[in-house]
Design a protein around this ligand. Structure first.
Ligand code: PGA
Length: 256
């Protein structure tokens, strides 16, 4: 059985007091969640990570960073390494978000190095992939996602690949209010799983968690999470409201 995960990507939002209030509410309300519920990961901005780790101590959620630098230390002003995060006991890190690819020019080769660094330091990478609207309209979305996975992840040996989580985030759905339909999400997730089976083997494909991200909210999460190849979500805007995020974490179909 693969892991169900709901991860909150707060992006560059909230001041310190707002972040503290939201974490306090989440840690209180998520502490009561069901035994077989999903793994919940909160990825706040870097300055709030230590606070998130403190709030996570009662087990309501795990913590994640939104980015890492692939090197352990050195003259890279403004950057944060996987080694630093590991020393703070951070659990996850997002790698290859489309906003980093677009605004910070992060190449596939650079992302592949980040994945290596994360695994070296025992952080679970949430590796993002997804096509733009133009690429979908040109019917290149499968090719684009295949290329992103081949360049960013498929250099890993199987034992390392098994420690990676994938997030399919169509760029046209991020922050737009237009989510992928259940069918579009399922189709791409099944395609990703097929690529993993071909590159590695069916057993590895079967245990890889593939999250959906892009305008996922409390209204559409139940439909998306009911798809057989959708194992949870990477949630942006809707993760900034405690009640809505908590409701998303409870949107999985009941286990048979
Ligand atoms: P959104 O963002 O939920 O606000 O669309 C998701 C993401 O970018 O991870």
């Amino acid at each position: 059985m693969r892991k169900k995960i709901v991860a909150a990507n707060w992006k560059m939002n909230l001041d310190f007091n707002m972040a503290e209030d939201l974490m306090a509410e989440l840690s209180e309300k998520l502490a009561e969640r069901e035994e077989d519920g999903p793994e919940i990961v909160i990825c706040p901005p870097f300055p709030y990570l230590e606070m998130a780790i403190d709030f996570s101590e009662d087990g309501a959620f795990l913590t994640g960073a939104q980015n890492i630098h692939p090197l352990d230390a050195g003259p890279y002003t403004g950057e944060v390494s996987a080694a630093m995060l590991a020393s703070m006991l951070v659990d996850y890190c997002i790698i290859g978000h489309s906003e980093r690819r677009l605004h910070f020019g992060e190449s596939d080769a650079f992302l592949a190095e980040k994945v290596k660094a994360a695994l070296k330091w025992d952080l679970t990478p949430i590796f993002c992939c997804g096509e733009t609207l133009d690429q979908r309209n040109e019917k290149r979305h499968f090719e684009v996602v295949s290329d992103q996975l081949a360049a960013g992840l498929f250099h890993l040996p199987e034992s390392e690949f098994r420690r990676v989580v994938i997030a399919y985030e169509p760029v046209w759905a991020i922050g737009t209010g237009v989510n992928a339909t259940n069918e579009q999400a399922q189709e791409m997730h099944a395609w990703i799983r097929k690529l993993i089976a071909e590159k590695y083997n069916p057993a590895t494909a079967a245990v890889t968690s593939i999250l959906y991200g892009g305008s996922c909210n409390a209204g559409n999460a139940p439909g998306l999470f009911a798809q057989p190849d959708v194992d949870g979500g990477l949630i942006g805007g809707a993760s900034l409201k405690a009640d809505e995020f908590i409701s998303i974490t409870r949107s999985f179909p009941a286990r048979q």
